[in-house]
Design a protein around this ligand. Structure first.
Ligand code: ZN
Length: 125
């Protein structure tokens, strides 16, 4: 698969995820739950603790992710998706596949992490 095809696929992932998050914020977690089988993330952890009721923590996580997804979708529209917003280098596909809304490369995310650890890259070791 070419990088372009991979990025197109990630766009679909982002659009689906955005739908699921919007529904979840409306109180319907079913779509998000069916999506979250693809690997553990912050959302799953929040889901486990929240179960059926939407805790304020979950809403916070969802809203934050939604904002990041909107930003990634904006970058797709501008044609910059997949490039680091800080150093302009292409973001490795492996990172985008793990975090489709990533808008900076790991190196830049790490630098930012030192400033605000909760902003991004928290599931990278
Ligand atoms: Zn960078």
């Amino acid at each position: 698969m070419s990088r372009k095809e991979a990025l197109n696929k990630l766009r679909d992932v982002l659009l689906t995820r955005r739908e699921a998050l919007k529904k979840a914020l409306d109180g319907d977690l079913s779509m998000l739950q069916s999506l979250s089988q693809d690997g553990g993330d912050v959302m799953d952890a929040a889901m486990d603790t929240a179960q059926d009721e939407i805790s304020s923590q979950l809403v916070e996580v969802e809203s934050r992710e939604l904002t990041q997804i909107e930003e990634a979708l904006n970058r797709i529209r501008d044609g910059h998706y997949g490039d680091c917003e800080i150093c302009d280098k292409p973001i490795p596909l492996a990172r985008l596949q793990a975090v489709p809304y990533a808008i900076s490369c790991i190196e830049c995310a790490r630098k930012q992490e030192k400033i605000s650890p909760r902003m991004m890259g928290e599931h990278f070791s």
